[in-house]
Design a protein around this ligand. Structure first.
Ligand SMILES: O=C(O)c1cc(C(=O)O)c2c(n1)C(=O)C(=O)c1cc(C(=O)O)[nH]c1-2
Length: 534
């Protein structure tokens, strides 16, 4: 398809063309056949097996009646109406690859453009497949797994350029974002998320620390075609132990506004300077037009892992609002003039090597699982985490291909008795919830909202759920075969509205929380498609 079709994104209701359902990453659909009244009649239409037992985080794409979905070891095309496989192309990677993957053997999905399917591989390659038959058209190596790099990100195609990020900040890497020619795979540009000493921002690193500075870019950016600007979030600095790397450590825990053709940085905003707590700022930068103090404003929204919900003016990076949306104790607020956090003793003590209890934990107030913004209700629907962590920095030495953390990980969580997560309907400008749907085990699935007044999400124990967008009341649920870590999408074909989500248990909470309630969840990746019973 053309880039023009891609721009339509969420408003093109018969296709799901990119990660985030539209370049604004709103994950909102104007479809309303599935609505507050009819959702109780939602039934599965078909289920397609991935023949895989890993976590399935891939967001399905839909184009002209074909679903394109990925797992860590395959790319698949499936007939959207029947669930019949059209093609499946395996992804091979060296057996030692999982050793340098921090948080799960996963892939978050593909990008579609000009008859091709683009994806990344765990061993840090970018590949293009023919959308018709799954044949590989080109393959490029982005980085070396021996140096600790891996890839889980879904690519973005903006202004005719395939844009990809990288993972590896827990292994002493130096993050970057790459631009590739969709037709040939030619490498067009690389923008490092960590500037070298002679570049602007280079003085925020001491000595050689920039070389191992982290700043992964593992979640797909958003794109404003009118401003021709891509917004991409940057991960945590490495190592966690901040005494190793004094300074602000640009551009870690920041958002970059970039030119898609050249990768040139137009502006940046740093959420958490010199961060010790793994507060990656990679999560989706959602774009919307919103009234701010009575003025229509082009904004960018971010439910940051550091616990604050930010609204920026996306034309220039100016801070418009920043309020906590979960419990936060590392800062009392954000200085609206300087944009910098007003830190508490928790941050100071952590930097001095003392043991602290920090809210949010190193998994954040919200992790990677994408939220949805519904322009009709003006609310952001996000799966948030409701626990803190115990944090103590410890000495660390760098060894290539090994964990480079500098944090005592023996007992890192501070779980309370209450629910460990909520699906929250958040007012972006205040951070306040209109409603909260608690969950004992936190939800780690993406969120979808629709003009039918319904919000979809899923549980790590496998329930696919629908909520009333205005009240948070649960309207429907369906037990899938494994845990849901996927990202629901919706589209319409031949007059029928469908909803799809992957099921397949795993991800960072499952790996590291020690939550025994998850031990009984059966593995098994598959794709579910639902519609209202006719
Ligand atoms: O710094 C990084 O490079 C990096 C990469 C990834 C990833 O690629 O999945 C995660 C994280 N960090 C991370 O901090 C994290 O909490 C996380 C959760 C998940 C997941 O898939 O559940 N991935 C990652």
């Amino acid at each position: 398809q053309t880039s023009e079709q891609l721009v339509k994104g969420a408003t093109d209701t018969s296709n799901v063309l990119n990660y985030g359902m539209g370049y604004n990453l709103q994950r909102f659909s104007t479809l309303n056949q599935i609505n507050k009244d009819t959702v109780k009649n939602l039934v599965p239409v078909w289920n397609y097996s991935f023949n895989d037992d890993r976590s399935e985080e891939s967001q399905p794409l839909v184009y002209q009646g074909v679903i394109y979905v990925t797992s860590h070891n395959a790319t698949m095309a499936v007939d959207a109406k029947t669930g019949k496989q059209i093609w499946k192309t395996k992804v091979e990677y060296p057996a030692e690859t999982p050793r340098i993957v921090c948080c799960g053997i996963i892939n978050r999905g593909a990008a579609l453009y000009d008859g091709k399917v683009f994806r990344t591989t765990l061993d840090a390659h970018v590949i293009a497949l023919d959308a018709k038959n799954g044949k590989e058209l080109w393959r490029q190596k982005a980085a070396d797994i021996k140096e600790g790099y891996s890839m889980t990100v879904a690519p973005l195609v903006a202004d005719g350029v395939v844009i990809t990020g990288i993972s590896g900040a827990e292994f002493g890497t130096r993050g970057f974002i790459d631009g590739w020619d969709p037709a040939t795979g030619k490498h067009l540009w690389r923008t490092y998320s960590i500037p070298s000493p002679d570049e602007p921002g280079g003085d925020t690193w001491k000595g050689d620390t920039w070389k191992l500075g982290g700043g992964s870019t593992w979640i797909t950016g958003s794109y404003d075609p009118e401003l021709n600007t891509v917004y991409w979030g940057i991960g945590n600095p490495g190592p966690f132990n901040s005494s190793v790397r004094p300074g602000d450590n640009l551009y870690t825990c920041s958002v970059l506004a970039m030119d898609p053709k050249t990768g040139k940085i137009k502006w940046h905003y740093q959420f958490s300077p010199n961060n010790p707590f793994d507060y990656d700022s990679v999560a989706e930068m959602v774009l919307a037009d919103m009234n701010v103090e009575g003025k229509p404003t082009k904004v960018l929204m971010d439910a940051n892992r550091n616990g604050f919900f930010y609204v920026l003016d996306r034309t220039n990076g100016k801070l418009l609002a920043a309020n906590p949306y979960v419990k936060v104790n590392w800062a009392t607020g954000i200085d609206m003039k300087t944009g910098r956090p007003i830190e508490t003793d928790v941050s100071k003590d952590a930097r001095e090597g003392k043991k602290v209890t920090v809210y949010p934990s190193i998994l954040g107030g919200k992790n990677w699982e994408p939220m949805s913004f519904n322009p009709q209700t003006g609310l952001a629907y996000a799966n948030t985490l409701n626990f803190g962590g115990k944090y103590k920095a410890e000495p660390v030495t760098f060894k290539q291909g090994e964990w480079y953390l500098g944090m005592d990980l023996t007992d890192p969580w501070e779980f309370g008795d209450g629910p460990r997560g909520h699906l929250k309907a958040i007012d972006p400008l205040t951070g306040q919830s209109k409603w909260e749907a608690p969950s004992d085990i936190p939800r780690f699935s993406g969120v979808l909202s629709t003009a039918g007044g319904v919000v979809f999400s899923g549980q790590l124990t496998g329930e696919f759920e629908a909520f009333d967008a205005d009240t948070g009341k649960k309207l429907w649920q369906f037990q899938t075969g494994s845990g849901i870590e996927g990202q629901p999408v919706t589209w319409q074909q031949d007059g029928v509205q469908y909803v799809a989500v992957t099921s397949g248990y795993g991800g960072v909470y499952s790996l590291f929380s020690g939550d025994e309630r998850l031990a009984k969840v059966p593995p098994g990746g598959s794709l579910w498609v639902f519609a209202v019973k006719q």
